[in-house]
Design a protein around this ligand. Structure first.
Ligand code: ZN
Length: 254
């Protein structure tokens, strides 16, 4: 029912109007799917099930990767109880709204195309100064950018020494595959899994992040959360976060 309803709404409504009406629509869905078997950490809602094959929270629209990201940032990184300066690339509504309304974070969002973003930017050449942010969230963005090394270098530049980035990308088991000759959307869908992706990464994305200067820690969902938690929060046990630290050279010398 959820998928059919969403398809109809997306077909009828222009994206800007949909984004305005979405909170009211999701408020109705929250009660339609209310239950105790599952819990969405992003909107703090009890659910009888997640929809779209267990992927989406009907109450806020978060997917498995966003719920993993949220739990990691809340429990492991303690982001929401700090006053850090945050840049969120390609924001999700639930995260943006929560950071603005319920935290002391100095939050701003940016994207090349999203209507939700507070600022329009090109991640390979941002308007931000050196060392402006404590934290940069970059989830499922780099696979859209032809010059990803430049985008990664830009994230490094705008982070403060001691700052952190969280990078998420779609991953395959094989090494990163890219081919600049593949430019037609239908060919990109076949080769890279989505018609606006320019590559599909393997775990060797870590090398690109290290090349920009980051210290990288790989966090796998199943290494952090139990099987019960993975089911309860609707997570993907194989999901991976790349946590990049920009070393504080002053402390390192100490
Ligand atoms: Zn939710």
């Amino acid at each position: 029912m959820y998928s059919g309803l969403k398809r109809v709404v997306n077909t009828i409504l222009p994206q800007r109007l949909y984004l305005r009406l979405e909170p009211g629509l999701r408020y109705c869905l929250k009660w339609l799917y209310y239950g105790k078997r599952h819990h969405c950490p992003c909107c703090n809602t009890g659910l009888r099930k997640f929809v779209t094959n267990g992927h989406i929270c009907p109450a806020c629209g978060s997917g498995k990767r966003q719920r993993f990201q949220w739990l990691f940032l809340d429990r492991e990184y303690d982001l929401f109880r700090t006053t850090k300066s945050v840049l969120d690339i390609a924001p999700m509504r639930h995260f943006q709204d929560y950071c603005i309304r319920h935290t002391q974070l100095n939050y701003q969002s940016a994207d090349l195309e999203s209507y939700l973003a507070m600022e329009k930017i090109d991640l390979t050449s941002t308007p931000y100064g050196n060392a402006e942010f404590d934290f940069v969230l970059c989830s499922h963005v780099l696979e859209h950018i032809p010059n990803d090394q430049q985008a990664i270098a830009e994230i490094y530049r705008i982070l403060k020494p001691g700052g952190t980035t969280i990078i998420q990308v779609p991953l395959q088991e094989a090494p990163t595959y890219e081919n600049p000759d593949i430019i037609k959307p239908e060919e990109r869908l076949i080769h890279f899994g989505q018609n606006d992706h320019v590559r599909i990464y393997g775990l060797d994305i870590k090398e690109r992040l290290i090349a920009a200067g980051f210290q990288i820690h790989i966090k796998k969902c199943s290494d952090i959360f139990s099987a019960n938690e993975i089911d309860y929060y609707g997570l993907n046990k194989t999901e991976i976060l790349f946590v990049g630290y920009k070393q504080n050279l002053y402390n390192a010398i100490d």
